[in-house]
Design a binder for this molecule. Structure first.
Ligand code: ZN
Ligand code: ZN
Length: 364
């Protein structure tokens, strides 16, 4: 499996971005959101700006990355010592660019103020929102292969690490073991801070793994994902130490039913909001709609949270090649919370659940 995008794949991405740009009557685009730079150039460094112009694409970085940039990217390279945005705007002046787009949702306001004086007379900076992000929603076969790999790492790390779970050890020790196993399996890093919560703390959907001990006869929630070769995966599974009572079993069954219903709704052409509604309807039938207070899922790829969001009011239509999570949950104060999350590929006819880990309540 190739782990870096081929030059032709990056060229094709730039070509499609430029077509979008021309449609918006812009001459060029300043790209500085690093995942977008990586998507369009292959460059993985931490300081970069891309000036995307129909005649050429120029990648700006600093001297630390000179060699790496030539190895990773086929773009023309400019190494600058000062602020890269200023260098890129100065270069735009030489190319007689009039309407220069910039990623307005990603901006450091002061940085944009600082470059205005370097524009040529009559040239303007035009806000552009989500242009590259929209292209990134549909993954190429090579990207899907990388996400599959990342998903398998997450699931295998869970299988290996969960053996170490026992009542009394701190939540964060299990989180560390999960992250260690992901690293051993080739992950660059966790795609986000690994979440392990136990007992009533599972009702806090976005708590942090703490020094609280895992408790006997209580729920255990693990939300984890690898970032491998740049691509994220995301999974949540529930376990229980001992024999769960009827309330816990009912809660888990209801969330699983909601998750399966939402998965059954995922197919090309369906709106992201419709998938969210499916999960919500099942939870409402169980009297749990008010216990579900986040969206049903999110896209993922080079970033852990990408478009499309599977939530209320989201009009995006799903398309084959999109990859998203499906993760309804229900959180009851005192008892605890249950969330079940898979990473899912939208196919021509429906969806493929990439996550192989069983979803039943795992009894430890
Ligand atoms: Zn997650
Ligand atoms: Zn997620």
């Amino acid at each position: 499996m190739t782990t870096t995008p081929s030059p032709t794949e990056c060229q094709d991405r730039r070509r499609r971005s430029l077509a979008e740009l021309t449609g918006r009557k812009l001459d060029a685009l300043l790209v500085f959101h690093l995942p977008n730079v990586r998507y369009l150039t292959g460059f993985t460094g931490s300081n970069a700006v891309l000036l995307l112009h129909p005649d050429r694409a120029i990648l700006f970085t600093d001297p630390r990355y000179r060699l790496q940039a030539t190895q990773e990217s086929d773009c023309a390279l400019r190494v600058a010592k000062g602020p890269l945005l200023v260098a890129a705007v100065k270069a735009s002046r030489r190319s007689k660019i009039r309407r220069l787009g910039f990623e307005s949702a990603r901006v450091d306001w002061q940085a944009i103020e600082n470059v205005k004086e370097h524009l040529s007379l009559g040239a303007s900076l035009e806000p552009v929102c989500g242009l590259v992000e929209d292209l990134r929603r549909v993954k190429s076969p090579a990207e899907i292969a990388l996400i599959r790999h990342s998903v398998l790492t997450t699931s295998e790390a869970f299988r290996r690490a969960i053996r170490h779970a026992r009542p009394g050890i701190p939540e964060r020790d299990l989180a560390a073991e999960l992250e260690y196993q992901m690293r051993l399996l080739g992950a660059d890093r966790p795609a986000f801070e690994t979440l392990v919560t136990s007992g009533p703390r599972t009702a806090l959907p976005h708590a942090r793994s703490s020094s609280c001990p895992l408790s006997a006869n209580r729920l255990l929630l693990v939300d984890m994902g690898a970032s491998q070769n740049g691509y994220a995966s995301d999974m949540t599974r529930m376990a229980f130490f001992g024999r769960p009572g009827p309330r816990v079993k009912r809660l888990h069954r209801a969330v699983l039913e909601a998750q399966l219903a939402a998965l059954a709704a995922v197919r090309p052409g369906v709106s992201a909001a419709a998938v969210d509604r499916r999960a919500r309807r099942v939870l409402r039938d169980h009297g749990l709609d008010r216990a579900f207070h986040h969206s049903t899922g999110h896209g993922l790829g080079l970033e852990i949270h990408e478009a499309p969001r599977l939530g209320k009011g989201e009009k995006t239509r799903l398309a084959a090649g999109m990859v998203c999570t499906v993760e309804p949950g229900a959180y009851l104060e005192g008892l605890g919370g249950v969330r079940i999350e898979d990473t899912v590929l939208v196919t021509q006819t429906g969806c493929e659940v990439l996550t192989p880990t069983p979803k039943e309540l795992l009894l430890l």
